[in-house]
Write a protein that binds this ligand. Structure first.
Ligand code: IVH
Length: 674
């Protein structure tokens, strides 16, 4: 059958959307200068996704919608580089730098050769291959000759153009291999570790490890969630004319729309100028958005590069002029624990204050209890401290030779330091948590979550306002929001009559909500919007969810044992039940589940299991519902009828146990005809 071709207007819009999205990727990820909000960007991407779903033939291989979605790999495929990917020789200090310089510019060579200097980004080396201007493949360095094909992961990096976007008059080589560094911005790195701290994910020692680890995920969907960026700094094989100097090479890549350090680099004539650039960059180091560990100095003239040649693994024509390492030793005075927004307990080492690379450090997060054990950090230990991502103090490990025997092992407290509730540390988890939603350390986070779009959807309630409300003691739990009075809100910082009225009106409006939104708003760990909706559909009321046993909970679609346990633990807490009751007393309501149509099957609660022949499951479901039945996804005590086809398993067994009526498909159909 021929599929109708998409209307020309749809084609034009899809082209335009692709162009717009890549334009905004470039603004955001390459120029660090976004023109639109995240929400506007998401809207463009959603519109394109919808268009391509409706008209699949409109999708192009380099559409931004194709950045994610490749299937997970079993292992990476080896990738042979057409030219060896070299590493760099280091120069530690000006003496070694001078030695390098004298090798490339023997005394008497006048004028000295120009060198291109740029920041040395601390990340993972990759090669990108563009054929006919389209991104074809990319690989890690590996041993220099053979790396791993990480193409699908590289595609997820939004700063990497899937097709080159040459500025006017700029030639595109038929084959272009680019050498680049995949890295992470300091703030993104810090955010990633913070998230891991809360969720019990992997903690990375520094942005380089985070970038390298993210690039080597077998499932590209995981890579897509990591905030990776890329910076191109050199060429591999190029077909057709290629630039005569290093600076021109970078300028060319830049003009093709690839991210480079063109604006952060400098052409230097002589060692003195290199030293000056090095000193300037070192003092700018703190304020750069990404971590750098030195300056890469490259002979500018490519013909001269070729004459100088290379040694086994590194070229003679380039050197990494490294900054001094930022490490120091100090003593662990104590280990305490902080309670995060979601109740995660994070061990924190209190250090004897020490200067690390120009910043005084007096404490360092140990992320989680497992890390304390793994590193074997004890109270009283001498430790080596560095600054990961340039900003965050990080303990590399204890100096075990310096131990006196006086050091003490650390144990997590049994009770939350903020509220005294008993701490939970489920087996097989590394994150200890305070389970009390009224815990003062968590209350701001809870309130923001409660008010979020997927929750009670309270407009005008931002972070700053929540800070004030909690700090001033006006709000101690979500239900307190419903008791706020106009005058007290209007008297807060940066508020006035109008904004107070807006806030109170939004809070008021949120009272009439829906069960899924309310369940989500409670902030039960592991209960996202989808599970909240499934719970609501299955149980129909908040009370039913609150009283559900673990075995009832796992019957809900997509609710596994861990989620079920978390729901049960949540409602077991007295403080949590009280907080929920307080919400209901404050007037929060939701409509009861839609009553099924009245009909011959009214009052029956049916479950379908096994295969059906005459119709699909959804068809059977709507047929039953149209005749007045309620259809549940799984068998519970309220199930009255189970329609079982071939292949029915545990549901059938359970139905027998609970005494529900069991029918086959034919009997069901018979019933619907009566
Ligand atoms: S040029 C022949 N430029 O550092 C190698 N490398 O430690 C020429 N790196 O392998 C490399 N930033 O992965 C160059 N601006 C930059 C760089 C850079 C980071 C990496 C690169 C290299 C490694 C050596």
């Amino acid at each position: 059958m021929m599929t109708p071709s998409p209307p020309p207007a749809a084609r034009r819009r899809a082209d335009e959307l692709r162009r717009l999205i890549e334009h905004h990727n470039h603004r955001y990820y390459v120029l660090d200068d976004p023109e639109i909000s995240d929400a506007e960007y998401d809207a463009l991407l959603r519109e394109l996704t919808a268009l391509e779903e409706k008209h699949p033939e409109l999708a192009t291989p380099d559409s931004p919608t194709r950045r994610v979605g490749a299937a997970p790999l079993e292992k990476f495929i080896p990738f042979r580089h057409s030219r060896q990917m070299l590493s760099l020789q280091n120069a530690a200090g000006s003496e070694e730098m001078k030695e390098w310089w004298e090798r490339i510019a023997p005394a008497g060579d006048e004028p000295p050769p120009a060198v291109w200097c740029e920041p040395k980004v601390d990340g993972a080396a990759v090669e990108l291959v563009y054929a006919g201007g389209s991104f074809r493949a990319g690989a890690t360095r590996g041993d220099g000759w053979v790396g791993e094909d990480v193409s699908a992961n590289l595609r997820t990096i939004r700063g990497l153009p899937l097709s080159l976007r040459p500025r006017k008059g700029v030639p595109v080589a038929p084959l272009l291999e680019v050498r680049a560094e995949v890295y992470m911005n300091k703030t993104d790195f810090a955010g990633l570790n913070r998230q891991a701290e809360e969720r019990g994910g992997k903690i990375f020692a520094n942005p380089r490890n985070a970038a390298a680890g993210s690039l080597r995920q077998l499932d590209p969907r995981l890579t897509a969630e990591r905030p990776l960026r890329i910076l191109c700094h050199g060429l591999g094989t190029v077909e057709g004319p290629s630039p005569a100097t290093q600076r021109e090479a970078i300028a060319w890549l830049d003009a093709l729309g690839l991210p480079t350090a063109l604006r952060r680099g400098r052409l230097c004539a002589g060692l003195e100028q290199v030293e000056l650039f090095y000193a300037e960059l070192e003092s700018a180091r703190e304020s750069l958005p990404f971590e750098i560990d030195g300056v890469v100095v490259k002979v500018d003239d490519i013909a001269l590069q070729e004459r100088l040649g290379e040694r086994s693994r590194s070229p003679r024509w380039a050197v990494a002029y490294k900054f001094p390492p930022r490490e120091a030793r100090t003593r662990v005075l104590d280990i305490t624990v902080t309670v995060g927004r979601t109740g995660a307990l994070t061990p924190l080492a209190i250090l004897e204050p020490v200067w690390v690379g120009g910043v005084q450090v007096s404490n360092a997060t140990l992320h989680n209890i497992e890390m304390v054990r793994e590193k074997d950090v004890r109270i009283g230990d001498m430790v080596v401290v560095t600054r990961a991502g340039d900003v965050i103090p990080f303990i590399i490990g204890p100096v075990k030779e310096a131990r006196t025997g006086e050091e003490r092992e650390y144990h997590l407290p049994r009770h939350c330091p903020a509220c005294g509730a008993e701490v939970l540390l489920p087996e097989a988890e590394v994150i200890a948590r305070c389970p009390n939603i009224a815990c003062p350390a968590q209350v701001k986070g809870h309130i923001l979550h409660f008010a979020s779009r997927g929750g009670m959807d309270i407009d005008h309630l931002g972070e700053r306002l929540v800070d004030q409300l909690v700090d001033k003691g006006m709000v101690r739990d979500p239900a307190d929001l419903y008791g706020l009075r106009h005058e007290e809100v209007a008297a807060l910082d940066r508020m006035g009559d109008k904004s107070a009225a807006n806030l109170i009106a939004s809070i008021d409006r949120s009272r009439r909500t829906t069960l899924p939104k309310l369940l989500y708003a409670l902030g039960i760990r592991h209960v996202g919007e989808a599970s909240a909706a499934a719970l609501a559909r299955h149980f129909g009321s908040l009370e039913a969810v609150m009283d559900a046993a673990g075995e009832d909970l796992v019957e809900v679609q997509d609710i596994g044992p861990a989620v079920a346990e978390s729901i049960r633990a949540f409602f077991k807490g007295k403080a949590n039940r009280q907080a929920v009751e307080k919400l209901l007393r404050a007037g929060v309501t939701y409509p009861p589940p839609a009553a099924p149509a009245a009909g011959p099957l009214s009052g029956m609660v049916m479950v379908f299991t096994g295969e059906l022949e005459a119709m699909t499951r959804p068809q059977a479901r709507s047929l039953a519902e149209s005749l007045g039945a309620t259809v549940d996804p799984s068998v519970t005590r309220r199930t009255t009828h189970v329609v079982a086809g071939p292949g029915a398993g545990s549901k059938l067994a359970k139905a027998r146990k609970l005494g529900a009526a069991i029918l086959d498909e034919a009997a069901f159909l018979e019933m619907t005809r009566r």
